[in-house]
Design a protein around this ligand. Structure first.
Ligand SMILES: [Zn+2]
Length: 67
């Protein structure tokens, strides 16, 4: 995925910055908004910036280290 494109991406809800999570550090390819606790999926390299498609981090048993 183009990292320049990534820099332009902000959360569609709060307009805040997103973290790009990807294997092997993370289980999935997704763009995470820590403010909203939502993860937007990246499908075939295309970010899906739809709230209806986003995964709530609070509902998952994340293996990421807590902050
Ligand atoms: Zn947000």
């Amino acid at each position: 995925m183009d990292t320049r494109l990534l820099e332009l991406l902000v959360c569609p809800i709060c307009k805040g910055p997103l973290e790009y999570h990807r294997p092997p550090q993370h289980e999935r390819n997704e763009l995470v908004c820590m403010a909203d606790r939502l993860a937007f999926p990246v499908r075939d390299g295309i970010p899906v910036m739809l709230e209806s498609e986003a995964r709530s981090l609070d509902e998952s048993a994340s293996v990421d280290s807590p902050k």
